[in-house]
Ligand binder design. Sequence first.
Ligand code: PEP
Ligand code: MN
Length: 272
Amino acid sequence: MKNLKLASLETAKQTVVNVAGVKIGQDLAVIAGPCSVESEAQTLETAHAVKAAGADMLRGGAFKPRTSPYAFQGLGMGGLKILAKARQETGLPIVTEVIDPRDVSWVAEFADILQIGTRNMQNFSLLKEVGRAGKPVLLKRGMHSTLEEWLNCAEYILSEGNPDVILCERGIRTFEKYTRNTLDLSAVPAIKEMTHLPIIIDPTHSTGRLSLIAPMSLAAVAAGADGLLVEVHCNPQMAMCDADQALTPDMFTNMMQRLRPLRSFMDQLPLK
Ligand code: PEP
Ligand code: MN
């Protein structure tokens, strides 16, 4: 792609983003946790459960980009403090979303990875700001964006001097209504033909259906994804956000018991 300088395969073969020993782009990185941080008890309980199931990192939103201004918007600074406590107790690095360029520098003091949500993929001032934040960035694909537009957004971050960008496919809008979005799994091998940046899959927001999360996660591993970002809640019926699509800790544990062996099997296959 002619516009890409730093993201193109001419620059590097494979970026490995090392977050406290978790090597995204080398090992399968599983990031799990609630959609949003609701309370200390909910976050800590979920954090311990995902850790026990073998997750590598904890996710949780303190700033929620909601469709309605009246919906729960997240706990903000209070949520970040809870995430810091969860990291302290479990040792899991924290992935959390930042939605406002003015918040980037102080959110970066709490986060191990700054998440840019689908709605902000092309928020160029936010991209420039996280490019200067000194923390790895998880860049979600815009729900109506092409791979080329997405990679140009990664280029915005890279060109500010931040080499640690992780791409996350989270589904795109199509005419299909059965799923919340359409998971574009072909993005995994396609992205690998275009860039050295790691790519992970979000099976939660893409499918929006509990029954599809494990099959699509396994399919993502088979397609060569570098990891997963998946929502887990200690008590999904009580979740303040995305209650219908959060895995219980038991469901997550069961999925993990199938994911890791699949990855090991894939690693043993002859190189193509
Ligand atoms: C999220 O992962 O918390 C989220 C809001 O996802 P998306 O930006 O993909 O909708
Ligand atoms: Mn969610």
